[in-house]
Design a protein around this ligand. Structure first.
Ligand SMILES: [Zn+2]
Length: 144
């Protein structure tokens, strides 16, 4: 089974669909633009990265609290990074945007290992992702 299916197994499609219908589509577009701007400021602007991630990102219309969001490095038998999967919330407020910033920061770091031996730097990676969130919140003058 694909790792993404394992991750998504507990989700009930009915709830996902219900939430999806409730979300304002125009708003989501604006939030997506905001995310793109933040990622660019964070130096995450390598087009190859975004192209690589196409089709590997699952965006769910769930509350931030309702799911374990994350980036999943897929390691080959020889220890090299061969692929990445990411599960993030659809962006509908500052909180869900922050989760996106956090996970994109992780994904971008993981991506730097593509084709190379993958090394886990759990603490540093977490710090980096949290810092990116904090910078954004500081910039807009908000706290979560
Ligand atoms: Zn993290």
């Amino acid at each position: 089974m694909d790792i993404i299916q394992i991750v998504l197994a507990p989700i009930q499609n009915v709830i996902v669909q219900k939430n999806r219908n409730m979300l304002d589509k125009t708003n989501i577009k604006d939030w997506q633009k905001e995310l793109n701007a933040v990622l660019e400021e964070e130096g995450i602007k390598n087009q190859e990265f975004f192209t690589f991630m196409k089709g590997k990102i699952k965006r769910l219309p769930l509350s931030v609290e309702d799911f374990e969001w994350g980036v999943f490095p897929m390691i080959g038998e020889n220890g090299t990074l061969i692929d990445i999967r990411m599960v993030i919330p659809i962006i509908y407020d500052v909180k869900s945007l922050c989760v996106n910033i956090h996970e994109y920061t992780h994904a971008y770091e993981v991506y730097s290992y593509l084709g190379r031996t993958y090394e886990w730097h759990t603490e540093e990676s977490e710090q980096k992702a949290c810092d990116a969130e904090k910078r954004y919140l500081k910039k807009i003058g908000k706290q979560l």
